[in-house]
Ligand binder design. Sequence first.
Ligand code: TRP
Length: 339
Amino acid sequence: MVQLSGITPSGHVQLGNHLGALRRWAADGGPDDLYFVSDLHAMTTAHNPAKLRSLATEQLAVLVATGIAPERVFVQSDLARELGALTWVLECTCSYGEAARMIQFKEKSAARSASVEGGGGGMDGKSKGQAGVRLSLLTYPVLMAADILLQGADEVPVGEDQRQHVELARTLARRFNSTYGEVFTVPEATLPPAGARVKDLAEPARKMSKSANDSAGVVFVLDEPDQIRRKVRRARTDGGSVPAYDPENRPGIANLLDILAACAGGDPAELADEYPSYGVLKDAVADAVIEELRPVREGTRALLDDVAELERVRKAGAERAIDRGAHRVSAALRMVGAA
Ligand code: TRP
């Protein structure tokens, strides 16, 4: 059984990524699982090359520091040749309509055309409207299918927003296999259990996100303890003064209780009764988050300081992933009549 998932370096890794994905990847880990930094996916909208490189390196270190075995991690762009070839074959297996109806594409392309981009003269700055979005925003789910199918993944743990993309990968695997011959494992999306969906501390109606414009309500895994405490103390608490678990009407407090339960154990509704005031609850949440993230922060810093070790992990991971997947690219090319 191969489980595979990726994290996109569109920002610094935050608490929601840690609790909802990375921590689980580290705990679940079967010997054949693979987790990777999907840096090629962070280029579908305007991006900064130097920042992308440093975020990808940082995320690789975070994966390892979280406890995912170094043999099970890699950086996507180290497989650019294999993935590029396979993406093309899969684009020739996918219709325009299938790509264009992806919800994330519709949302992001609409948001992009609504926003007025100021000058700059860059490729994205010049273009106007939906026609100006990068073509890769449309084709990105096909690259994601290539990520999955290259490695013969059986299970793909993803959040709700990525489920449709895994469905597309399933469709393309089936279609390829029945049209040209059996090459690909048909993958399945697995959803993480509810409860681990961390909300933004300042804006509890929305998910905590590494690419949020305003990071006041986002706890990053590399934040220092005093930064974490400050952000938690400022968290929105939706009126009232005594903690109660009511996600519908009091999402801010419910979010803090969910975070506390995820970090320190216990049931969020029962935890509410243990804290007489918001202040005491917030201190407990800050303590729990600081302790939860401490080993990740310290381990990541140590790895980022040990450039040679991180480079070794990266190279070994890439070789292993290529070894495991390259034969599927060759087989797929052969079967479509291209090699
Ligand atoms: N697109 C995913 C995200 O934004 C990350 C990702 C890229 C991924 N390739 C993948 C996840 C393959 C699962 C499998 O969260």
